[in-house]
Design a protein around this ligand. Structure first.
Ligand code: SF4
Length: 65
């Protein structure tokens, strides 16, 4: 699985991290999202897709292998 956050479109709402804390973290400096080191583990796919659907900016892309 591949998980990407479009940094241009991410506005730091934080919904992804609330929805899927195993996949996403929020940067201290601007609150924008990043993918955690183990975030793309396939065991998190359902959660990652829920976060992608929850993102108001449609900034998250989840791709299956
Ligand atoms: S929900 Fe979307 S806009 Fe908000 S922090 Fe996550 S990726 Fe960024």
């Amino acid at each position: 699985m591949k998980v990407e956050v479009d940094e241009i479109h991410c506005q730091g709402h934080g919904l992804c991290q609330m929805t899927s804390p195993d996949v996403f973290g929020l940067r201290d400096e601007d609150g924008h999202s990043y993918v955690l080191p183990d975030g793309a583990n396939p065991t998190h796919e359902k959660s990652a897709r829920q976060a992608a659907a929850a993102c108001p900016e449609r900034a998250i892309t989840v791709t299956s292998d």
